[in-house]
Each structure stands twice: as C-alpha cells, then as structure tokens.
Ligand binder design. Structure first.
Ligand SMILES: Cc1cc2nc3c(=O)[nH]c(=O)nc-3n(C[C@H](O)[C@H](O)[C@H](O)COP(=O)(O)O)c2cc1C
Length: 361
C-alpha cells in the first residue's frame, strides 16, 4: 500500500479512521491510529462530555448546557493535547459536521488546538477555506457522496479562495451514521460506492490532482484492494475501529455491535434530516411508539433540528442519545454502525487491526 498525501502531510498507510461522534473517536483511538501509521480523526462532536464534563462551564440534567458547552473549546484542546501525547508529531485530524450549531467557531477551535487536517461533511463545507484562512497549514478535506457535490465545492473554493481540497472523502451508503442519500438511493445500485468512485475521480481531474478516499462498508484488505483498483488513493473506515481496545466508547457500545445481527442494522430517521444507520435496539422500538426518553433540548446541538423541533418530529434527541451510547447506556443509547457492523466478532488492538488490514490475515 502506498502512503497517502494530504496537503503537506504524508500518512504512512492509506487508511483513515473516520471521525465518530459522540465520543467514539477521541484522543485514545485517534492518537493510536496516527501513532501506528494511519490517520486518526478526532470527533469534534459533543466534546463537552469529555472526562465527566469537567470542561463544560454549565451542565443541566447531566448534559452540557447549550452549544458552547456541548462543543467545548477547552475540551477539544485537551483531547487534541492528549492525542498528541500518543502520536507526537504524526499527522492527526478532526471531523466537524457542517450541520452543527457554532460550526465556524468549532472550525476555529480545531485550528487553534493545533490540528493538521479538518474533515468535514454532513452538508457542504463551502466556506471552510474562509474559516481557516489564518491557518494555511491545516489541510482541508470535504466529505461528499457524489461528483456533483464535489463540483460545487471545487467551483466555490476556486472562485472565492483560489484553492481546491487537499483530498476528498467519498462516502457511499453502507457507512455508519448519517448518509448523504435518501432512503431510496441508499438501496440503489447506481449510488453504491463502487459505482461512485469513477465519476468522482473524473471530477477530481477537472480541478487538479488530489487524493480520493473511499468510505462506507470497507471491512478488510480485500475491500481496500477493490476500492484502490477502482481508483481510490486511500480508504476511510469507521465501524471496524469500534472493535478496538483503544476506541473511546464504553465497552457496552462495542458489545452492542458484537451482538448485533445483520437484520438489526437499519437506516433510522434522524433530527439531522438525513437517514442514519444504526442498531435497532429497544430504544428505537420505543421511539417508534413515541415512548422514548423526554426531549428537552438542553444542548442545542444541530442547526437542522431547530432547537428540538425536528427531535420532537422524529421522536428523540440526537445529542442525548449518542452521548448515552458513548457512556454505554444500553437502554437509552443510539448506537451508530456501518452496514457491516454485524461482522464484528472480537475486540483487538489498533496495531493488530492495521496489521490485518495491510497483510490481509
Ligand atoms: C458510531 C459512528 C459515528 C459516526 N460519526 C460521524 C460524525 O460525527 N461525522 C462524520 O462525518 N461521520 C461520522 N461517521 C461516519 C464515519 O466517519 C465513517 O465515514 C463511516 O463509518 C465509514 O463507514 P464504515 O463504518 O462502514 O467503515 C460515524 C460512523 C459511526 C459508525
């Protein structure tokens, strides 16, 4: 496998560990992946929960109060600092969803925390270069689900900022968490990852020469080889990294995945406005009957939710449920996973996992 070049950074292995919020990829996971030669990505989502919420200035009902405490700058700085203690000066990134409230501020926080790379999706990061202009060394990587989305980004970035992305993550519909597709599209042949790589590669050529990182449903070396053969320069993997000792989520989270059967993994409605893939636990059955936990909107997490309006429509608060999953609360947690999550059978170290991915054992 060839190294992956993202801006001025060289990643020994072309394997990116996808950012996973809330709390699934923080300092321990991301730091270790970077140490071992991949690219570790810290999730900037819900950092106010980090280390028993000690960095959140105000906590109500055991939740970080309002956006500035949910996305705590102090906590993000600490997470990046602690990840650096693990990986030293190897490149490390942050994932920031465009859909969060305070997106611009959190991008600035990530830059000030000394991050090397920002990966950003769940919406189009059309003004990301503007938000990072004082940090020219931070590499910028949008996540897209189509050649059309990449075209829009490249056009805007070229016209307004005279630059193109340093790499692009192309995420197909087998990925964990939020999808860049409708429910119908997720099942359609033409939207499967293997059919999106060529058109996106072609779009990249229109604008220059930056790497394509394929994501969604990549499980083993065979899948990596297939993506590379189709034209990818690297892969981003999420779910497989949940099955590591270093994954920052509670052991119960890992256990829920180990116990999940193929049919338990489904597309679910989300207040973010996109379908999201997760495990159908008892929580989802309760939500369907409108008997889920109360929706209080303490943390004011994402713009599309409109301060709890969408949460009430859909039947649950996304920030509260994802935080509970991270804490290992089986009954009230929402456990995101990719479509291959049922393949998870054991918890191994990041080092062992990367060895398997490279050597195919
Ligand atoms: C638990 C979980 C949480 C995730 N959270 C985020 C997130 O906050 N932002 C984001 O852009 N992608 C998120 N993702 C997507 C991953 O970064 C990754 O691209 C995706 O999971 C790849 O598909 P795979 O799980 O089949 O490998 C999440 C995925 C999982 C499984």
């Amino acid at each position: 496998m060839n190294p992956l070049k993202i801006g001025q950074h060289t990643i020994e292995l072309p394997i990116v560990q996808g950012g996973m919020g809330i709390g699934v990829s923080w300092d321990r996971l991301a730091g270790t992946v970077s140490l071992e030669g991949g690219l570790g990505i810290i999730s900037a989502i819900g950092t106010g929960y980090y280390q028993n919420m000690q960095y959140a200035a105000k906590v109500i009902n055991s939740r970080p109060y309002d956006t500035q405490n949910l996305y705590s700058f102090e906590a993000l700085k600490e997470i990046v600092k602690n990840a650096r203690k693990i990986c030293a000066h190897k490149p490390i990134g942050v994932n920031i969803m465009c859909a969060i409230n305070d997106y611009s501020r959190v991008v600035a926080d990530a830059c000030k925390s000394g991050i090397d790379i920002i990966i950003s999706g769940a919406g189009l990061p059309t003004n990301l270069p503007e938000l990072t202009k004082n940090f020219p060394n931070v590499a910028l990587v949008p996540i897209v689900s189509s050649a059309k989305a990449l075209k829009i980004i490249c056009k805007r970035w070229t016209q307004r900022y005279g630059r193109v992305p340093d790499a692009v993550v192309l995420e197909g519909p087998l990925s964990g968490g939020h999808q860049g597709f409708t429910y119908e599209q997720c099942a359609m042949e033409e939207y499967q990852l293997e059919n999106l790589i060529a058109p996106v590669k072609e779009e990249i050529r229109e604008w220059g020469d930056f790497p394509l990182i394929a994501a969604g449903g990549i499980w083993d070396k065979n899948d990596i080889d297939k993506a590379m053969a189709l034209g990818a320069d690297g892969v981003q993997m999420g779910t497989r990294f949940i099955g590591t000792h270093e994954c920052d989520a509670d052991e119960v989270f890992k256990q829920v995945l180990i116990e999940a059967k193929k049919e338990d993994i489904q597309l679910l409605k989300s207040p973010v406005g996109y379908p999201a893939r997760g495990v159908r636990t008892n929580l989802i059955n309760l939500v369907d009957k409108r008997e889920g936990p109360a929706i209080k909107c303490v943390s004011n997490c994402v713009t599309p939710c409109q301060r709890g309006k969408e949460a009430k429509e859909v039947g649950y608060c996304i920030a509260d449920r994802l935080a509970d999953a991270w804490k290992g609360k089986r009954e009230s947690g929402l456990f995101f996973t990719g479509a291959n999550g049922y393949k998870l059978k054991e918890i191994i170290s990041v080092k062992e996992l990367l060895h398997k991915l490279v050597n195919g054992e």
